[in-house]
Design a binder for this molecule. Structure first.
Ligand SMILES: [Zn+2]
Ligand SMILES: [Zn+2]
Length: 433
């Protein structure tokens, strides 16, 4: 079962009974907007993965700005201390980003989508415009990655902050006593969603209510809770309408200001622009998740790919695995005895001859033509090599997820045992190249 479906079922099993037993407002489980928010849950999962990748890639390109000494000091602390520090640092960053979302008018158009919720429950937490999700995730994660918290501390922090995000939106009336100052609760965050204009722009933190106390934006009365949630903007109820909303609104405002007459003559323009930006951003997200640039990702649709599981099950058997990474990466680890033909050599032309020679060494011995399975670290370079080799008449495929996906499933010492039934062994002369 995919991870995201498992997550949805686990959260439903936790929050559905809690919201029945300790319900704050009397409302249906499948309340207005439930299907829209369920759609956000599944799409948001992939946007979250893309956001994490954007942060990691950005920092890997700015190694000069990293401070290895500080990073090793932080990583040497106990996990519990790193976890507490991560909460304070990321919530400070979120507080600033969240205030900007409220105070900068064009950012508010994106954030208004989250505030359009009129029935609070755990699922309402995920109604966040993809642009806002990327923006706040980058603001929160960048300092944590930069400071070098360990993977373990980061995992505990990520689990805790996700749990808190669902809890603070939940339709529950549980009180948390003095803990309410250190842990964000429904009592704290529900007021942030109040429809009453008197209580707008309060409670910007999402984990530490103390930050709002410090900056004078706290509103957390002990005995009452809001009775109406939402915003005065009229925001569409469906997923697509909400995704397009900030763009359509911006174009309408420009139209009014510049008197372009878009309404009369170019009515479909905002929809076309909105849909194109969704298509481009989805393509970018999918390409990033697959560790490829956009042209390579598009090329991969036309290329025969094989997953680690399919390869193990004998799909495309017999195969020859060829590593297209650099000699340095090959020296560190490789799949079994697979030969190396770096992408750079394939692009220069002589690598193509090497691959053909490898394939010929098998055919010579009267065996059926094997499939050449190209692999790299994650898939990007093997698709490029595939494109270059397409003009030969070799049977080709690339390994989806590359050696990274292979190593997640197969420890190095089991390579030989797993590869024996599916690969063609190469003559000694080829292996030693
Ligand atoms: Zn807000
Ligand atoms: Zn909220």
């Amino acid at each position: 079962m995919p991870e995201v479906v498992k997550g949805f079922l686990i959260l439903t099993c936790i929050f559905m009974p809690l919201e029945r037993i300790f319900s704050l407002h009397n409302q249906k489980i499948f309340r207005l907007g439930w299907a829209t928010d369920a759609t956000y849950f599944f799409t948001g999962h992939f946007i979250g993965r893309a956001g994490a990748l954007v942060v990691a890639v950005t920092l890997s390109m700015m190694t000069d700005l990293l401070n290895p000494e500080l990073q090793s000091k932080i990583a040497s602390q106990p996990i519990w201390l790193q976890f507490l520090e991560a909460i304070v640092i990321s919530d400070m960053a979120y507080y600033i980003a969240h205030r900007m979302l409220h105070e900068v008018p064009w950012l508010w158009q994106f954030h208004a989508v989250h505030h359009s919720i009129e029935h609070m429950d755990w699922l309402a937490a995920v109604r966040v415009h993809p642009c806002e999700q990327l923006f706040t995730q980058i603001c929160k994660m960048m300092p944590l990655y930069w400071l070098g918290f360990t993977k373990e501390a980061f995992a505990v922090y990520a689990l805790y902050s996700a749990a808190i995000a669902f809890l603070i939106h939940a339709n529950i009336t549980i009180k948390f006593g003095p803990l309410k100052w250190f842990v964000a609760t429904p009592q704290f965050h529900h007021w942030h969603h109040s429809k009453s204009p008197k209580i707008h722009n309060k409670n910007f933190a999402v984990q530490l209510p103390l930050l709002d106390l410090l900056f004078g934006t706290l509103y957390m009365p002990t005995k009452k809770m809001p009775d109406r949630y939402g915003v005065s903007n009229s925001i569409p109820a469906g997923y697509l309408g909400q995704i397009l909303y900030p763009f359509i609104r911006k174009i309408k405002m420009l139209n009014n200001r510049l008197k372009l007459g878009i309404d009369r003559y170019f009515r479909p323009l905002p929809v076309i622009l909105g849909l194109s930006s969704i298509a481009i951003s989805s393509l970018t997200v999918m390409a990033l998740i697959n560790h490829m640039d956009i042209p390579t990702f598009i090329a991969s649709w036309n290329s025969q790919q094989v997953t680690v599981a399919e390869l193990q099950q004998g799909k495309l058997k017999p195969v020859i695995l060829i590593d297209v990474r650099s000699p340095e990466e090959y020296a560190e680890d490789r799949i079994g005895e697979s030969p190396l033909v770096p992408l750079i050599d394939i692009e220069a032309g002589f690598g193509i001859k090497q691959v053909q020679a490898i394939a010929r060494s098998i055919v010579k011995s009267n065996q059926p033509q094997p499939t050449i399975v190209l692999y790299c670290a994650r898939g990007g370079r093997s698709v490029k090599a595939y494109q270059k080799l397409q003009k030969t008449n070799l049977k080709l495929a690339f390994l989806s997820g590359g050696i990274t996906a292979w190593r997640e499933a197969v420890p190095a010492k089991q390579d030989a045992e797993i590869l024996a039934p599916i690969t063609r062994s190469l003559p000694e002369t080829v292996r030693s190249n």
